[in-house]
Design a protein around this ligand. Structure first.
Ligand code: 5AD
Length: 427
């Protein structure tokens, strides 16, 4: 099984390469030695490794037929069907989307307020159609490795906040490297997201070693380690990390200050911008359904994600975690999440939009529905079983009991049933 299709490098312009997948071209950042004519793997818009023609042709012979079949399925599922029950206003707004015109805040608010099933269906279908037109059937699948649940922060929503009385763990550097190696060599992952609480036990030296060793496996290294110094982010870039996952959590500064005591909103944004400037691929976003959230907040969250130059949108519902100040907070609805995905797609047609694990926790079908409402990326948990339960950000995560292989099988079946293929989306 694999989560990436190799492509052929067909052109190089400066530090950008053009990769061909069965006739489709994607621009990627060059981050491995490769020449025009070479077979390569790209992930998250980064060319990460060159492979031999023999290996590529073996993999491609499987994909060739499959790829065109999947495309057909995707095209079939990306049709927009009006029911005739939609209001003139909704149709006018969606018409703008189809014509490639930007939506105003007012338009976005109107869509967010919709609650009629046939109108919502049209919104999701329009977003899915736009995703298909802009990004075809490409879908990123990354592996996420949660290597420490120690955190110096005390965020009101988070189950691993400093004051949570939970069992803590820290994987040793060689343990992290071994777990990544298993995911790469045995399970076929080509992108590894290294996530932890804000845990300064891992100094720059330790983190750089982990990044360097994993990058040497020929994969994309994503870091998701919270706020650290700019020097750390620079050092890890130099060690080979090429993507950063760091949510701003909410664009509402008052909410941020209330829910994240001691944390600084501006500092977090500044760090995301700095990482972007360093050349990192940026994944950022927010939590949907924090207490007091207004529709305007959601729209501002989407607009802030875009203005930060996010390559990938990462947002999910608040899942109230026991023992945290928000344990009794109401759950948000699946519809609100799906609308947020669709609005993010309308705002940023070319973006990668993740269906996150929290989404699946909220509703078992949400991954499928999210992928049909504009999303086109997902992450699978590759944390060793003994630690998974301990990375208890919120309860009910569907992946804590499921074996990795089982999770992968279900995901691949889901993606195939939707006609999605793991070609890279490019930049
Ligand atoms: N529900 C949903 N998402 C949460 N996160 C933290 N706690 C929760 C929760 N209870 C998210 C935050 C953080 C990411 C790693 O997990 O957005 O950035």
């Amino acid at each position: 099984m694999c989560y990436a299709i190799p492509g052929k490098l067909v052109a190089i312009k400066g530090n950008i390469g053009v990769v061909d997948y069965f006739g489709e071209h994607r621009n990627v950042l060059l981050d491995a030695d490769a020449e025009v004519g070479d077979y390569v793997y790209a992930q998250g818009g980064v060319l990460i490794s060159k492979i031999s023609a023999e290996e590529a042709e073996n993999t491609l012979s499987f994909w060739k037929e499959q790829f065109f079949k999947l495309k057909e399925v995707d095209q079939r599922l990306s049709v927009v069907k009006k029911t005739g029950k939609e209001s003139a206003n909704t149709l006018a707004i969606l018409q703008k989307v189809t014509a490639g015109k930007p939506l105003s805040k007012e338009d976005m608010l109107a869509l967010l307020k919709l609650d009629n099933a046939s109108e919502l269906k049209l919104v999701y279908e329009t977003a899915n159609n736009l995703r298909q037109k802009e990004n075809d059937n490409a879908c990123c699948v990354h592996g996420i490795l949660e290597f420490s649940n120690y955190c110096r922060n005390d965020c009101h929503y988070c189950g691993i906040r400093k004051s949570s009385k939970i069992k803590r763990y820290r994987m040793a550097t060689d343990e992290i490297i071994a777990a990544a190696e298993h995911a790469v060599k045995e399970l076929g992952f080509k992108a590894i997201v290294l996530q932890s609480g804000e845990d300064e036990w891992y100094d720059d030296e330790k983190l750089a070693t982990v990044v360097r060793e994993i990058r040497a496996m020929g994969v994309l290294v994503f870091i998701s380690i919270g706020v650290r110094s700019k020097e750390t982010y620079k050092r890890l870039y130099d060690a080979g990390a090429r993507a950063v996952l760091l949510r701003f959590e909410t664009s509402n500064k008052t909410t941020f200050a209330q829910l994240r005591p001691g944390a600084n909103f501006d500092e977090r944004l500044e760090l995301i911008k700095y990482a972007k400037k360093l050349g990192y691929i940026i994944a950022t976003g927010f939590i949907v359904g924090l207490p007091g959230e207004s529709d305007e907040d959601i729209i501002n969250n989407i607009l802030l994600t875009k203005s930060l130059g996010a390559d990938m949108y990462s947002f999910g519902p608040l899942i109230p975690a026991e023992g945290t100040p928000l344990e009794k907070a109401p759950r948000t609805t699946k519809e609100r999440l799906l609308k947020t995905i669709a609005l993010a797609r309308f705002t940023d047609p070319e973006a990668k939009i993740l269906v996150t694990t929290a989404f699946e926790t909220l509703d078992i079908n949400a991954r499928r529905e999210g992928l049909l409402a504009g999303a086109n990326s997902l992450m699978l948990n590759i944390t060793p079983m003994q630690y998974r339960k301990l990375y208890h950000i919120y309860p009910g995560r569907p992946d804590t009991e499921k074996k990795i292989e089982e999770g992968i099988k279900q995901t691949v079946e889901l993606l195939y049933s939707l006609g999605r293929a793991p070609t890279d989306l490019g930049i």
